[in-house]
Design a binder for this molecule. Structure first.
Ligand code: FES
Length: 186
């Protein structure tokens, strides 16, 4: 997000009102505001299409409030980055893999030491719709993660499918933490 503030400042007189508003939006956890700020920044970071297929991309995620998520674009695909609450982490870890449609532990789907972050492809494994769930005001289904409105599939806060017709969990893309607040996908 610092890049966004910098861009706003470049070539213009300081606009403290706007900056204060941005801080207020981030602090209030207003999902719409966070999304609206994130998209232009992400779009400007996208490489040209000729290098898209081989590229990786870095994203600052530190301003995402707990309980919220954003969508970033990697190789032309939506990727959900979700800042999970302590309660959500506890709930996700307590699920027995054997009870799941596509068995997987929560630990196998997040990075050790960064369990508050879930990073998954935002593409329903049924027929490819983009599920809802980034915003606290979104329908998240009965398991608190993501809900696909196309045919009703539900995913939990680990991105694991809990109710079909989707047959599989949301895939975890290759990614790494460059710092506590910055990830590199790809
Ligand atoms: S595409 Fe998601 S439920 Fe059908």
């Amino acid at each position: 997000m610092s890049a966004t503030a910098h861009e706003h400042d470049a070539g213009h007189a300081p606009d403290h009102g706007k900056r204060d508003f941005l801080k207020l939006v981030a602090a209030s956890g207003a999902a719409v505001g966070v999304g609206a700020i994130a998209w232009p920044l992400i779009d400007s970071m996208n490489p040209s299409s000729d290098v898209l297929a081989i590229s990786s991309a870095e994203f600052d995620i530190g301003s995402i409030p707990a309980g919220q998520g954003i969508t970033v674009v990697w190789r032309g695909k939506p990727v959900f980055v979700r800042h999970r609450t302590a309660e959500e982490i506890k709930t996700a870890a307590s699920v027995k893999p054997g009870d799941l449609l596509d068995p997987a532990t929560d630990a196998s789907r997040v990075k050790a030491g960064h369990e508050q972050w879930l990073v998954v492809l935002g593409i329903c494994t049924h027929l490819g719709c983009i599920p809802l769930g980034n915003k606290t005001t979104d329908a998240r289904g009965d398991f608190g993660g993501y809900f696909c409105p196309c045919h009703g599939s539900q995913y939990d806060v680990s991105g694991r499918v809990r109710h079909g017709p989707a047959p599989a969990n949301l895939p975890v893309p290759p990614y790494a933490f460059l710092s506590d607040n910055r990830i590199k996908i790809g």
